[in-house]
Design a protein around this ligand. Structure first.
Ligand SMILES: *[C@@H]1O[C@H](CO)[C@@H](O)[C@H](O)[C@H]1NC(C)=O
Ligand SMILES: *[C@@H]1O[C@H](CO)[C@@H](O)[C@H](O)[C@H]1NC(C)=O
Ligand SMILES: *[C@@H]1O[C@H](CO)[C@@H](O)[C@H](O)[C@H]1NC(C)=O
Ligand SMILES: *[C@@H]1O[C@H](CO)[C@@H](O)[C@H](O)[C@H]1NC(C)=O
Ligand SMILES: *[C@@H]1O[C@H](CO)[C@@H](O)[C@H](O)[C@H]1NC(C)=O
Ligand SMILES: *[C@@H]1O[C@H](CO)[C@@H](O)[C@H](O)[C@H]1NC(C)=O
Length: 795
């Protein structure tokens, strides 16, 4: 019995000591490590107020190495390593004598390390929130305060030349577009920056603490003192207050100052003894009104294109105006898109009347992008001038003045004065307010139709025709709305894709004169409709499916909207004649670009490759009907004015419904790009596109064609073999033919080649999905060593 008791006592002592070792007053010994799992215990400061470790990122399975307030319920993050890269479960951070803090992913690849330091003797999580590492003689080697992320804390200061960047969003910690910098001249500024190059644009806030003629006045340091006051210390010892004097509440509070992802720099406080639902409160912020202060032509403003910003005294709110909706519903401050087609084409003898009308918006302005200013003017002249002018997208009328604006509209904002009116022009057939789901709780459609109706009545017979059409469509929409919960049924009437007659397209293409290219499905001609250049594809008439099926396919294609897909603009279905009208791509095909006289740059090529991957991922996973392209090759990728890759000819080869993704029919596709399963009796899945993409990717990397024709022989596919040989022998320089730009970007080059090799695996289940391909190409996940794609090297 006594023995048992003794054992218990020992066990208790042992346990207590064990716990003490874990909580060693904030110090962390060399060799200690943390592994990213949901319940991993962080390294705490001695008061337990700050923690260093892995925090799971909201809504994801990933973790962020960070420092946070341990005692605040939402564990507000105050620091993370530069770039804020998230890592998967199983990643590890270690404190090593020879290299300081090292973050590795589950495969052991280094993601980040704390600069080039060595001889670390210990680490320490200070109660100030600073994680420091000391050398053997207690010399400080590194401190997280020297590398701030988006937040400043008391006892921290900023020297000239230093700064912090905002995050992209609350859940994406990579560098966003806003920056706070303490310039060499002593001025503290907020500015936007180009995310890719890091170049700073114009400032939208300046402290003014600089003096060109007398530098003793200029700022020397930005100080956040231990009591919570922030100020700029001038060279002459004077203070320029940032935190207003006397504004701090008395009592025990946490303080922080964060450059938030909305571009506002705010100082916050939070009581150390909070009641149940306390949140961070703001003491001061700059700039005063970001909707107005952040406005220059190098940015879209605080909200995206078309989006309208209003500042509620606390934060900017972005809201798409009536007639527009968010491009990405998950990004409310991103771009909006019009719910109608803002085209610039036919203005008939009636000066646009009966074709266009306006949506009227109150107190909204887009102060830039005007090209005509009429002073004086009146409301009617302003409107009719815009109606008659094909370039005019919006007319702003204020105080007897009129501004005509063209697309795209940026820096949109709510304005206080009540007499600003914006008239947004739309095509009548496209009336955006027909979309009843845009007006929750209102039954405005009928009213609007009546308003439109009465405005139009009495003009001409033509107009009455249009009106009848609008009412029919309107009623259709109203009655169609009821069965909301069921899956949307595809009905021909639902698509408002313009239908052209054959004669119209004969005229548009000047009798099919200018041939742009020939493909498996038909010949493409250049044409002009209205003032817009288009590409008209005349489909081979051998396609003998019914009118209804054709319309169904066209509808499916029309419903795909993605930056990396060629947009369908209209169609023609006149008896035997079937044509599709697409947007025109000025820079031709990728084949011409890749295999032309001059080699495109590596930067352009890698950008194009990622674009194609995104377009394909959309076809495979995001659009309502699964679309397998079946014929991915450089001839089917087009390039727009800005060399954005756009996939064409999708939806023509095969349309599959979600629940029958396995099919087994005749071979489609082009030699050199087709996956082996076409030749076997195995099901064909989206992975055939992944295979073709892999071949295409290797072509893009190397600027070599996948097939090599030797005299009189049929083509032999050697590119995948060549890629594998070069990869295996570590001779990627040979593969890219000594393209120095690519070779200098070795990590990316190697990643791209490995992704290419994974995509062309003979076993389709080994090929990654396009979603995963994107993540690998963008460096979001590491690429494992690919196995040999050795297989049918010639067919
Ligand atoms: C923790 O921070 C305080 C305030 O900056 C400082 O005085 C103290 O020396 C730090 N402790 C260690 C061990 O670095
Ligand atoms: C974070 O944003 C960047 C830039 O938009 C993007 O490239 C990256 O994929 C995003 N990361 C995550 C995890 O969403
Ligand atoms: C902030 O952005 C600049 C470039 O604009 C970059 O040089 C700097 O390293 C970034 N800082 C952090 C902490 O990420
Ligand atoms: C510069 O400013 C300081 C402090 O305001 C003042 O004392 C000094 O005379 C000025 N020097 C010159 C050259 O104007
Ligand atoms: C907590 O939140 C509720 C609802 O937001 C509010 O009514 C209540 O006053 C809050 N309690 C405290 C102590 O602030
Ligand atoms: C109608 O509104 C819904 C929801 O806002 C949107 O998903 C849909 O694309 C809109 N339709 C048209 C034709 O604009």
């Amino acid at each position: 019995m006594a023995l048992v008791l003794l054992r218990l006592v020992f066990l208790t002592i042992f346990l207590l000591r064990f716990i003490a070792a874990q909580q060693n007053g904030g110090s962390v010994s060399v060799g200690a490590s943390l592994t990213a799992t949901p319940n991993v215990k962080p390294w705490l400061s001695s008061s337990g107020e700050f923690a260093f470790g892995f925090q799971q990122v909201q809504g994801t399975d990933n973790f962020l190495l960070s420092i946070w307030y341990e005692k605040i319920p939402d564990k507000t993050i105050v620091w993370y390593p530069e770039e804020g890269q998230m890592v998967p479960t199983g990643s590890k951070v270690e404190l090593l004598r020879e290299s300081g803090l090292v973050l590795t992913d589950p495969l052991g690849t280094q993601v980040w390390r704390s600069g080039s330091i060595s001889g670390v003797a210990s680490g320490f999580m200070n109660d100030t929130g600073n994680f420091v590492m000391f050398g053997s003689n207690s010399r400080k080697l590194w401190g997280s305060f020297d590398y701030p992320a988006d937040t400043l804390l008391p006892t921290m200061f900023m020297e000239s030349g230093e700064g912090i960047n905002s995050t992209i969003s609350k859940t994406n910690f990579s560098g966003g577009q806003f920056q706070l910098r303490f310039q060499e001249d002593g001025n503290l500024v907020l500015n936007t920056r180009d995310i890719l190059s890091g170049n700073a644009y114009d400032a939208y806030y300046i402290s003014g603490t600089y003096d060109d003629s007398n530098s003793t006045n200029s700022g020397k340091q930005v100080i956040f003192d231990a009591t919570g006051y922030m100020y700029i210390l001038r060279r002459n010892g004077q203070r320029f207050d940032l935190t207003p004097r006397g504004s701090l509440p008395s009592g025990d509070y946490y303080h922080r100052a964060t450059l938030d992802s909305d571009g506002v720099f705010r100082q916050y406080y939070f009581p150390k003894n909070p009641t149940s639902n306390t949140t961070w409160k703001v003491i001061w912020f700059v700039p005063d009104n970001i909707c107005v202060d952040l406005s220059d032509l190098s940015s879209t403003g605080a909200c995206g294109f078309y989006n309208v910003c209003s500042f509620d005294g606390n934060r900017p709110n972005c809201e798409c105006p009536k007639g527009f909706s968010l491009l990405d519903p998950n990004n409310p401050s991103g771009d909006c898109k019009p719910d109608f087609t803002p085209t610039c084409d036919e203005v008939d003898s009636n000066n646009g009347r009966g074709i266009f009308d306006f949506i009227e918006l109150q107190n909204i302005d887009w102060p830039f992008s005007d090209y005509v200013h009429m002073n004086p003017s009146n409301e009617n002249t302003c409107k009719s001038s815009c109606l008659e002018d094909c370039f005019c997208a919006v007319a702003i009328y204020r105080d007897t003045q009129c501004w005509k604006k063209k697309l795209p509209l940026s820096n949109g904002r709510k304005v206080a004065s009540a007499n600003v009116r914006a008239f947004v022009k739309y095509r009548i057939g496209d009336h955006p307010l027909q979309n009843t789901t845009r007006l929750p709780g209102e039954n405005k459609d009928r009213k609007n139709l009546i308003v439109v109706g009465s405005a139009l009545l009495g003009t001409s017979v033509f107009v009455i025709f249009v009106l009848v059409g609008v009412i029919c469509v309107g009623f259709f929409v109203i009655y169609k709305k009821k069965p909301r919960n069921s899956y949307p049924i595809r009905k021909a009437v639902e698509s408002n894709l313009p239908r052209f007659t054959y004669q119209e397209l004969v005229e548009a293409t000047d009798g099919f004169k200018d041939e742009l290219g020939k493909g498996a499905f038909g010949i493409v001609y250049k044409g002009v409709i209205g003032k817009k250049t288009v590409a008209v594809k005349k489909l081979n008439t051998v396609v003998h499916n019914g009118e209804k099926e054709f319309k169904t396919e066209v509808d499916t294609i029309a419903k795909t909207h993605h930056k990396n897909l060629v947009q369908l603009l209209g169609y023609c279905d006149d008896g035997e004649q079937r044509l599709l009208v697409y947007e025109y791509m000025s820079n031709g095909t990728l084949a011409m670009f890749l295999f032309g006289d001059t080699r495109p740059t590596w930067r352009q090529r890698s950008y194009i490759a990622v674009g194609i991957a995104k377009g394909l991922a959309y076809l495979h996973e995001e659009c309502s009907t699964l679309i397998i392209h079946c014929d991915i090759k450089p001839q089917n990728i087009l390039l727009d004015d800005y060399f954005n890759a756009k996939i064409s000819d999708f939806g023509l080869a095969k349309l599959l419904m979600m629940n029958q993704s396995h099919t087994n029919t005749g071979i489609r596709g082009t030699k050199g790009y087709v996956a082996p399963e076409w030749f076997r009796n195995t099901p064909v899945t989206v992975k055939v596109d992944v295979y073709s993409f892999g071949v295409l990717l290797l072509e893009i990397i190397s600027c070599r064609k996948s097939l090599v024709y030797e005299s009189g022989e049929k083509g032999v596919a050697v590119l995948t073999d060549l890629a594998w040989d070069c990869y295996q022998e570590g001779r990627l320089d040979t593969f890219v033919e000594n393209d120095l730009e690519a070779f200098d970007d070795y990590k990316k080059l190697a990643t791209f080649v490995m992704v290419g090799l994974w995509c062309v695996q003979e076993n389709s289940s080994l090929r990654p999905t396009m979603r995963k391909v994107i993540q690998m190409l963008e460096g979001g996940i590491e690429v494992a060593e690919p196995p040999c794609p050795c297989s049918l090297s010639s067919y």
